[in-house]
Design a protein around this ligand. Structure first.
Ligand code: 6GP
Length: 824
């Protein structure tokens, strides 16, 4: 036991009162009664009961912040991958156990009722989930913070498989409304688009007036974000687009029934769908409009709040406001703030620019060139004519005052640093705009931040030493341990202070127990029970029978070549082949578990899904290998599925090509829950290895320097293909009809991509990966050694608490202090 026990959140309520509240809401909010209510109605009644606490928290927090004129951060993100909210809200309010008991007394399993809640899938992957963990931590740390995003009608598509291929279906997260949102019509904003700019000359000077071609309404929906302990409840404000005159009666009366709706349909398209792209540039006008729409509405909201408190005295603006750009998606907010300050408030350019730069900071989430956003200059000019002028002016001053001063007469550097790219028709580089317009730029793991400085923006780094920082990502231990792994949490709580979900470093108290055989047994019994639960989920979702005694080897993340799900596939095929050659091949049984969505337009990613599904079909039904390998691809991977799988995982595959995965956060969730990382020296894997000790992770493959070296020497994947007998055999297998009977060649795209191109050097790392997999097998068979390594992982991951990440942002970038909400 470490130190004194400090309290976990305590509810101000009894089981009996909770039951009464739920029943009250069942009747008076939902208009039904106990005998008749569906599970969905019970779910809503619980939500309404929990909201009594939450809404009170929102109002207390708002009032406290307003009263103190608090400095606040505004976190601008096109994605918030929230998942479900109920269990997290119950946990953070300390109500979970009480609700569990109450529902049992009413004849239900709470866990069962929680399944009724749809995921809020308003994000693609890592970037969106990070934003969700971050707003949880901001509320927990009592930081005055507000998340801004889009109230998408449809979140990320629902994935189904048809004959092994991915099919995308629309997501309908709020088909029947959501109990967690509050519409705030009083804070509606107007967003302008298109039109032209007029220069007005008066009083011996001139100013610009933007005459928009159209306007849209932005309606805010607030989702309360409950901090752990329930003291502070911040909000996530999501904007919904509506037509300005949503129904044109004049047009309607003159017979144009359809036309009367046209404008509203167009305007509402803006918040209709989340772009299902992860780390690719969605080059569409609608996407640009989405970016501007939510940036402009959010800036207007910040301005409204500021003006209410300070009128048009902007002297305190930068002292009170920080604006964080989650990647470049909201970068258009930079010229938008300039426009508001200069055109609407009449502040001088120099003063406005100083304020803008002091206010903004930018987080980079990827080095992949295809994800670095660029917009055609003509498009911005058309959609946002005034902003294009402002970007030109920002650029001209930057090149003249800063670049020219530092590198006089150097046109090469000017070309490189310019916000406007002159090649391929003119393009606006949103990354350059973000760096130029921010006072701080950060990467998301140490190696990534180093590469941002070294490879992506080396000159900018020279120009502004100290502007580039690292903030290693994190995950909220509330959702990713306390709520999703109750068995492990209960075990942990026997040995460490109850407030470990807040102070994750308390788990270091488990380290001395890593060699204790009683604790090892208990810890592994928890894992086994979680696996037993997940065996049922697998059966339900895929109809495949697996054993909880097998190693659960997990790769869950977006499907992308750089993440190398196909490296995993090649190894599965190799193992299968070894077993066919030698039925006594010595290995511990394994279940390979995949979860991944591919961007709908990403051809090779979809081919990889198809190949995995086809290999799975064959392997799972081949009696010769006696169930030693099973392969399951879980359909529709999402937050709520991750919450069930992560506690059951033994092996965490983090096998990206070194230098490509900015950080990863799944790696942190899996390691915290006791899975052993099988990974490359990439992203946060490196820091996980540092924290947990290299002996407690399995590292393989080239590091960043070796990747560069191999590339410089002229990478030739054919060499590996020709010289590795097993590798050649499995690649050739993809060309045959072995996995697609009667249809040879269906899987060839994957082979040919690897043998002929292999942009992510899968073949170069194959042998090393295969050897590392053998190490995993040997380690697993040494039960004590495995248990020890798993426990050490759980005990060592405090660094990856998103509270630590957010504290870093608050200290080094936002200069933000907590303000605890008043009790009443
Ligand atoms: C992701 C990175 O790929 C991942 O490594 C990182 O953990 C995560 O961001 C959070 O920082 N990037 C994206 O999802 C993305 O779309 C533009 O980047």
């Amino acid at each position: 036991m470490s130190g004194k026990k400090s309290a976990a959140p305590k509810p101000d309520m009894t089981v009996k009162q909770f039951k009464e509240t739920v029943i009250k809401h069942l009747r008076s909010t939902l208009g039904t009664y106990e005998e008749k209510a569906s599970k969905q109605a019970w779910n809503q009644a619980i939500a309404a009961s929990v909201n009594e606490f939450i809404f009170d928290g929102v109002s207390r927090t708002r009032k406290t912040h307003a009263g103190k004129d608090a400095r606040a951060v505004h976190y601008l993100s096109l994605e918030f991958l929230m998942g479900r909210l109920m269990s997290n809200n119950l946990q953070n309010l300390g109500l979970y156990e009480l609700a569990d008991k109450a529902m049992k007394e009413l004849g239900f399993e709470l866990a069962d009722i929680l399944e009724e809640e749809p995921d809020m899938a308003l994000g693609n992957g890592g970037l969106g989930r990070l934003a969700a963990c971050f707003i949880d931590s901001m509320a927990t740390l009592a930081l005055p913070a507000i998340g801004y995003g889009i109230h998408y009608e449809h979140g990320l598509f629902r994935q189904e498989f048809f004959k092994g291929r991915q099919v995308e279906r629309p997501d309908q997260w709020r088909e029947f409304g959501s109990p967690w949102e509050i519409c705030r019509p009083e804070s509606e904003q107007v967003v302008k688009l298109y039109g032209y700019v007029e220069t007005v000359y008066e009083n011996g000077g001139s100013h610009k007036v933007w005459h928009p071609g159209r306007t849209m309404r932005a309606i805010p929906w607030d989702i309360p974000i409950v901090g752990y302990g329930g003291h502070n409840v911040n909000v996530l404000r999501l904007w919904e687009s509506r037509a300005d005159k949503f129904f044109d009666w004049d047009v309607f009366n003159s017979g144009g029934y359809v036309d009367a709706y046209t404008e509203s349909v167009q305007a509402e398209t803006v918040s209709k769908v989340l772009y299902p792209n992860d780390e690719t540039d969605a080059g569409k006008e609608l996407r640009l409009i989405q970016q501007y729409f939510f940036s402009a509405a959010s800036i207007a909201d910040v301005m409204r709040r500021f003006r209410n408190a300070h009128g048009n005295d902007f002297s305190k603006f930068t002292a009170l406001n920080a604006l964080q750009l989650n990647d470049t998606h909201p970068a258009i907010a930079i010229p938008e703030l300039m426009r508001v300050l200069v055109d609407e408030e009449g502040i001088s350019w120099a003063e406005a620019w100083k304020m803008t730069r002091e206010t903004f900071s930018y987080t980079n989430h990827t080095l992949l060139p295809e994800a670095l956003e660029k917009w055609p200059l003509r498009m911005i000019q058309h959609v946002l004519p005034r902003h294009m002028e402002i970007i030109f002016e920002i650029n001209a001053r930057f090149l003249k005052d800063e670049v020219e001063t530092k590198w006089p007469g150097n046109d090469g550097i000017k070309r490189k640093l310019s916000i406007i790219e002159e090649a391929n028709g003119q393009m606006v580089r949103m990354g350059n705009l973000s760096v130029v317009g921010s006072h701080a730029v950060n990467g998301v793991a140490q190696i990534h931040s180093d590469l941002v400085k070294k490879d992506l923006f080396p000159e900018m780094n020279e120009l502004w030493p100290g502007k580039f920082l690292n903030v290693t990502n994190g995950i909220t231990p509330r959702r990713w341990m306390k709520a999703c792994n109750p068995r492990l949490s209960t075990l942990i709580e026997k040995h460490v202070d109850a407030d470990w979900p807040r102070y994750l470093e308390k788990l270091t108290a488990l380290k001395p127990l890593a060699d204790d055989s009683k604790f090892q047994k208990e810890y592994m019994a928890v894992k086994h029970a979680n696996k037993e639960d997940f065996v049922k989920v697998i059966k339900e979702l895929t109809d495949v029978d697996v054993s909880a005694d097998a190693i659960f080897d997990v790769q869950i993340k977006r499907l992308h070549e750089y993440k190398r799900q196909h490296l995993n596939l090649l190894y599965i095929m190799a193992l299968y082949r070894r077993l066919l050659i030698n039925p006594d091949y010595d290995m511990h049984p394994r279940v390979f578990i995949f979860g991944a969505k591919a961007a709908p337009g990403y051809y090779l990613a979809k081919e990889i899904i198809f190949a995995i599904n086809k290999v799975a079909e064959k392997v799972n039904n081949d009696p010769r290998i006696k169930d030693k390998i099973k392969v399951v691809f879980l359909p529709n991977y999402r937050v709520s599925l991750a919450e069930k799988l992560i506690p059951a995982a033994d092996v965490s595959q983090q096998i990206s090509l070194a230098g490509k995965e900015a950080s990863g956060t799944g790696n942190m969730k899996l390691a915290l829950n006791g899975a052993i990382t099988l990974g490359t020296l990439d992203g946060a894997n490196i820091e996980i290895a540092e924290e947990a000790g290299e002996e407690n992770v399995v590292i393989f493959g080239m590091d960043v320097d070796e990747v560069v070296e191999t590339r410089e020497q002229g990478y030739n994947p054919g060499h590996y293909y020709q010289n590795n007998e097993e590798l050649k055999a499995v690649l050739d297998w993809l060309d045959s009809d072995f996995f697609t009977p009667g249809e040879p060649g269906l899987l060839s795209a994957v082979k040919h991509n690897l043998v002929d191109h292999d942009p992510y050097m899968v073949l170069a790392d194959y042998q090393s990966y295969s050897d590392a997999q053998s190490k995993i097998d040997a380690l697993y068979r040494d039960k004590k050694a495995w248990a020890r390594a798993a426990i050490i992982n759980t005990a060592s991951l405090a660094k990856f608490n998103s509270d630590r990440s957010i504290q870093d942002y608050a200290d080094t970038i936002w200069n933000l202090k907590p303000i605890k909400a008043a009790a009443k």
